[in-house]
Design a binder for this molecule. Structure first.
Ligand SMILES: *Cc1c(COP(=O)(O)O)cnc(C)c1O
Length: 385
């Protein structure tokens, strides 16, 4: 069976996890703070909060940026449901901006148009969350300028984009955002089993993320409201969750991060091999400009045909029979029954719907061998010929 994505775990990873299992601390030891520091060193961000999933990281980031009841989040419909669910869980609402067909990322022209309109209607978002679909960064510099002009906070959901490069800097540097979120789910670029992180350059956002992920409790004297000095003293100064990462997960993340350049290099190689093999097929594939590098979490192909939806299903089924488990990313979030119940209607984002109808994610992961990829390629090429 060839899945669309999977983890790569080596002996060094197992050894690292085993050592933590034999140590004094399974959680709240030194591995979590160590992993946070490693992620700061890697991305260039000043602060990092490691948590137990990207979903938790999104909730922490939104909450730390002041998002709450009555606030509006804008994001793309071409994402996993967690991006907008996190806003709903905090008591706010979500609105979806259509995508650019060529990248699958939110269309910045569309964003700008809707911002103009929302300013008139006084329905501006508190937060805009940009999702770097498939591992390719959105044009963050432009959105950052819009965030200053319209006064919203800017979050990157970089669940797909650990290790991607935008305009010469590593995604997660937060050069053009208030906070950036990573996912370490096994299908993503690197894994901790389950896990995520919030990166930021703001001390305040960092402090509030730390509180949000651990009951709103602090042991740091400088935040105490009272004047107690007992060595056991702590204070709850906010309300929060238990979203903490364990040391077992964190040490796996530290071990995986050491391999990230190899992971990224191989994914890029696989992407180039697909591109070469498909160049004469009726397919649209993601083009990466010279100043950027995709992390290639996904390898989406979009079928060019007026019967794209039918063809996509046929291709999906043929691959399935050949034990190749391609996937579809994504059903536009607002078409989910839960969102339909909230009043969202099909037709809201035409490009996202057309993209969903025609797109398939082919196998893309570090340990995919050339032979396995050639087998996938052969099946795809045969289908179109
Ligand atoms: C995977 C993913 C998430 C959720 O990540 P978890 O770590 O599983 O919570 C959120 N957003 C996007 C875009 C994702 O791909």
């Amino acid at each position: 069976m060839i899945p669309y994505g999977r983890q790569y775990i080596d002996d060094a990873d197992k050894k690292a996890v085993n050592e933590v299992l034999g140590s004094d601390f399974l959680t709240q030891g030194e591995q979590v703070t160590g992993f946070e520091k490693d992620l700061c060193d890697y991305t260039g961000a000043k602060y990092c909060t490691a948590v137990n999933s990207a979903t938790s990281a999104l909730i922490c980031a939104y909450k730390a940026l002041g998002f709450g009841a009555g606030d509006i989040l804008w994001t793309t419909p071409n994402t996993f449901v967690a991006t907008s669910n996190s806003a709903l869980l905090l008591g706010g609402s979500a609105h979806f901006i259509d995508i650019d067909l060529s990248t699958g990322n939110m269309s910045i022209e569309e964003l700008e148009k809707e911002l103009l309109q929302a300013r008139e209607n006084q329905t501006l978002p508190k937060i805009v969350c940009m999702v770097h679909y498939s591992g390719l960064s959105c044009d963050m510099k432009r959105v950052w300028e819009l965030s200053k002009e319209y006064g919203f906070k800017l979050v990157e959901d970089a669940s797909h984009a650990v290790g991607a490069v935008y305009n010469g800097s590593v995604v997660g540097s937060c050069e053009y955002s208030d906070a950036c979120v990573f996912s370490f789910h096994p299908v993503k670029i690197m894994t901790t089993g389950e896990g995520g992180a919030v990166l930021t350059n703001s001390e305040e956002v960092y402090h509030l993320s730390q509180l949000a992920c651990s009951h709103g409790v602090t042991k740091d004297k400088k935040f105490f409201k009272g004047s107690n000095t007992e060595p056991w003293y702590y204070e709850q100064i906010d309300i929060g969750y238990n979203f903490r990462m364990t040391d077992i997960h964190a040490v796996l993340g530290r071990s995986q991060l050491k391999k990230i350049e190899d992971f990224l290099k191989r994914r890029k190689e696989l992407a180039l091999r697909y591109e070469e093999a498909f160049k004469n097929l009726p397919l649209e594939i993601t083009k990466v400009s010279s100043t950027n590098q995709s992390a290639w979490h996904l390898y989406p192909i979009r079928i060019r045909s007026d019967k794209a939806s039918k063809k996509r299903l046929e291709l999906f089924s043929i691959l399935r029979e050949a034990s190749i488990y391609a996937q579809v990313h994504y059903i536009p979030v607002y078409n989910q029954p839960y969102y339909k119940n909230l009043g969202f209607q099909t037709g809201m984002c035409k490009n996202a719907e057309a993209f969903y109808d025609a797109t398939l994610s082919l196998p893309m992961y570090y340990s995919l061998s050339n032979e396995e990829q050639d087998y996938v390629i052969k099946n795809v090429v045969d289908f179109f010929q």
